[in-house]
Design a binder for this molecule. Structure first.
Ligand code: F6R
Length: 365
């Protein structure tokens, strides 16, 4: 049931404040401000020398954000790969390793094959899934369900942000178990996570403005998305969503990679979506944005008030989100990126919930 929405995707985008609240309440202890992930001991974070993360598509991009978090908060090295590469590259693994799989459906063929490979090598297996009765869930030693509810739109939205919420809690849990976070640091980060329902609700209030910029974007044939640090996977996600829904060719890049090739694409016809909360590396992203502006690129900047005040150029459009802490930023910034893809697709007249050539559950290799 789509309720009052035109598409399941719109409904699922708007459900995010609520389902993020449900998911978080499963993984954090609000009274003590601690991560509280049942079953995490199966992954043996304390003695682990690296964590292997494998997934496909949008779920892979959630894992990529997870890598930044596990490394920063738990000082745990992460090897992450897309499942269709991982399964064929003969990674050395042993019973000392733990592997984490991320899948909305829990049925993705390449992710499942990667899981079976890791299991055959003796690794401990954890999975973040949205369907707890799925094959990937059944074959794992421990599952961390996202409480997103059924996701009907082919493009993953609420499952993605809930995967991020679970990964954030897991990274903090790992940080505590590995002694890399003090109780005070953990408490501060957990209380920041509890802001997610409020922050994502505020992010949704930019929808009218996003609709306007999407109308412009729908005239483009190519688009670029740029970001650094945890905004880099969100740039990749923005580009993936735009191409799968609107069929406009889009690429995401780490902003620092611009000068290593993609800057050659910049002219006055190409929209460049820059994802840049005002954080410690904001200045670095701004200098990349100025390189784009100097070549006539049309900038759509997604930032906060301080970022908007200090961007130094005049972007064609600025989407202003509330100021927020680093840990919640990739989750909240995912929403404008989803809305841009959604509204652009609506302007293009494509089939938003059933884009051509795509299936909700990819059970073939
Ligand atoms: C993109 C999208 C896909 C899936 C991918 C993995 O919007 O939905 O990229 O993320 O096919 O699917 P699951 O998570 O079911 O393993």
């Amino acid at each position: 049931d789509k309720g009052n929405y035109k598409h399941f995707m719109a409904k699922e985008i708007h459900e995010q404040p609520e389902v993020l609240g449900h998911t978080l309440s499963q993984y954090v202890d609000y009274t003590q401000n601690k991560a509280n992930v049942a079953g995490s001991e199966q992954l043996r974070f304390k003695d682990l020398s690296r964590l292997v993360i494998t997934a496909c598509g949008t779920a892979y991009l959630a894992g990529l954000v997870g890598k930044y978090w596990f490394e920063k908060y738990a000082r745990l090295p992460v090897d992450i790969d897309i499942a269709s590469e991982f399964r064929y590259r003969e990674t050395p693994l042993s019973s000392a390793d733990s592997a984490l799989f991320i899948s909305q459906s829990g049925e993705t063929a390449d992710t499942l094959a990667s899981l079976r490979y890791c299991k055959s090598q003796g690794a401990s297996i954890g999975a973040i899934v949205n369907v707890p009765e799925s094959t990937i869930a059944r074959e794992s030693d421990v599952i961390f369900p996202t409480i997103a509810g059924p996701e009907v739109g082919v493009a993953s939205t609420k499952a993605f942000t809930c995967q991020l919420a679970v990964l954030a809690a897991l990274a903090l849990q790992a940080g505590r178990e590995r002694g890399t976070l003090t109780f005070e640091e953990e408490a501060k980060l957990v209380s920041e996570l509890t802001e997610l329902p409020t922050l994502t609700l505020k992010a949704l209030s930019n929808e009218v403005e996003i609709q306007k910029l999407s109308q412009q974007l729908s005239k483009a044939t190519n688009a670029l998305y740029l970001g650094r640090n945890t905004s880099f996977p969100i740039a990749l996600e923005g580009a993936l969503k735009l191409k799968e829904l609107s069929y406009i060719h889009a690429e995401g890049y780490a902003a620092g990679e611009l000068k290593h090739g993609p800057i050659a694409l910049i002219d006055e016809n190409i929209p460049v979506v820059v994802i840049a909360p005002f954080d410690a590396i904001y200045e670095k992203t701004v200098s990349n944005m100025q390189e784009v502006a100097a070549r006539g690129g049309r900038i759509i900047l997604i930032t906060d008030e301080r970022g908007a005040a200090q961007c130094g150029t005049s972007p064609e459009t600025v989407v202003v989100l509330p100021e927020m802490s680093d840990i919640v930023a990739p989750i909240v910034y995912a929403l404008p990126v989803q809305m841009i893809a959604y509204h652009t697709a609506v302007f293009m007249g494509t089939d938003v919930d059933q884009p051509r050539n795509l299936a909700k559950s990819v059970t073939v290799e």
